[in-house]
Design a protein around this ligand. Structure first.
Ligand SMILES: NC(=O)c1ccc[n+]([C@@H]2O[C@H](COP(=O)([O-])OP(=O)(O)OC[C@H]3O[C@@H](n4cnc5c(N)ncnc54)[C@H](OP(=O)(O)O)[C@@H]3O)[C@@H](O)[C@H]2O)c1
Length: 223
């Protein structure tokens, strides 16, 4: 079993943490407001969960999930994440989360932003495509006919293997899209990111499963 650190424990972070404890992993949660503000969430998740500062969560995790608003990315502690596998769940949505000058002025494309900050970590984009409410709904045991897949992208093959294994334990297959820059093919608004949304109900309806073959076809729609 793995210890998974969380930088950001809001909607997507806590949904992933819930799946993680269910799969028998330990989780170390952190946020902006401090460990005391995570007391209720820790109580809900049970004995495999504890709260800490972002630096402590980064240091404790074998794998560390970053699930914060993109505009706060520079506050992710780089030093304790050196050499570690980092899962980047971030979606750049300036209208809702605030803009990032480095992106707006064209210096850094959104898929590369966190890796550019965490130069000595192995960043893998994953779980950026599933709406937080759908994450527990769509999780399935390995081999289930309606198991969903999530696209992953990263520049380090070994890190992607680690993330695929973790994803497997959380109830999802993975589909490797290639280097981190290729995560543009599952960025906000792309067909792959809309894969799990019922077209009639969108975010209000239950999630709809999307397996590897369907996901691959949707990713191919973006050149
Ligand atoms: N919501 C989804 O369904 C979904 C799905 C896929 C990907 N994403 C992406 O995941 C990211 C998080 O989204 P969300 O919906 O989970 O947001 P959220 O519910 O607003 O949660 C954000 C979390 O980040 C924490 N945070 C903010 N600044 C921080 C900092 N400097 N250091 C440490 N923690 C910090 C917040 O702490 P406080 O509570 O203390 O402020 C909170 O725990 C976004 O980039 C989003 O695009 C979201």
């Amino acid at each position: 079993m793995t210890t998974i650190g969380f930088i950001g424990s809001g909607r997507i972070g806590s949904a992933l943490a819930q799946l993680a404890v269910g799969a028998g992993h330990d989780v170390v949660l952190s946020n902006d407001d401090g460990p005391a503000s995570l007391r209720d969430l820790v109580a809900r998740l049970g004995s495999r969960a504890r709260a800490a500062t972002p630096a402590e969560a980064a240091a404790a995790g074998d794998v560390v999930v970053v699930a914060i608003p993109v505009r706060a990315y520079r506050q992710v502690p780089a030093e304790p994440l050196r050499g570690k596998v980092v899962i980047d769940t971030l979606n750049y949505d300036p209208a809702r989360q605030g803009s990032v000058p480095e992106i707006e002025n064209g210096d850094t494309p959104p898929p590369l932003l966190l890796q550019a900050h965490l130069k000595d970590s192995f960043v893998v984009k994953a779980f950026s495509t599933v709406f937080f409410k759908h994450l527990p709904e769509l999780a399935r045991p390995a081999g289930a006919p309606d198991r969903s897949a999530v696209p992953i992208a990263g520049d380090d093959a070994a890190a992607k293997t680690v993330v695929a294994g973790m994803s497997e334990s959380l109830g999802y297959d993975t589909y490797d899209v290639g280097p981190l820059a290729e995560s543009r093919r599952f960025a906000p608004g792309t067909p792959a990111q809309l894969a799990y949304l019922d077209p009639d109900g969108m975010f209000t309806a239950p999630g709809r499963p999307a397996g590897v073959a369907e996901l691959a076809a949707l990713l191919d729609e973006v050149n």
